[in-house]
Design a protein around this ligand. Structure first.
Ligand SMILES: [Zn+2]
Length: 141
């Protein structure tokens, strides 16, 4: 089981008042045996290779996220590029991006299934060719 907190802010968040840095937060979470954290700053994605490396050294993965107020509701959005999130003005925009992401995931799964099916078909062909040659007395040594 993974221990996670998917809604966090730190001093680097320009629209929040927090008195600890991302590094201090990582230290705190590490002391509590967390494995996953999401830094969800207001209208801003926090991308820090240094923080990611530091978290990784403590056994923690940082999920990229943004907290966005849309139609008066604070919504946590993960793994969506900053430009797309900032472009969201309505809940319909959010649904559109969500539907697009769902379709991308479905396409990726379908593509992976096709690759696996093709690999399996290739393996079956190789196996059939090998077992046929084993049964052909002309090929016996
Ligand atoms: Zn928040």
């Amino acid at each position: 089981m993974l221990k996670a907190d998917m809604h966090m802010h730190s001093r680097e968040d320009q629209k929040d008042i927090v008195d600890y840095t991302a590094k201090e937060l990582i230290d705190h979470l590490a002391s509590l045996n967390f494995n996953v954290m999401a830094l969800t700053f207001h209208d801003q994605s926090f991308k820090s290779e240094e923080a990611e490396k530091y978290a990784k050294s403590k056994g923690i993965i940082i999920i990229p996220g943004i907290e966005r107020r849309i139609e008066g509701v604070d919504i946590l959005i993960y793994n969506v590029p900053h430009e797309k999130v900032i472009g969201m003005k309505t809940l319909d925009d959010l649904k559109k991006i969500s539907d697009e992401n769902l379709q991308l995931r479905k396409n990726a799964v379908s593509e992976a299934e096709n690759i696996i099916e093709n690999e399996m078909a290739e393996l079956v062909k190789i196996w059939q060719t090998e077992s046929e040659s084993e049964q052909d007395p002309r090929l016996w040594h």
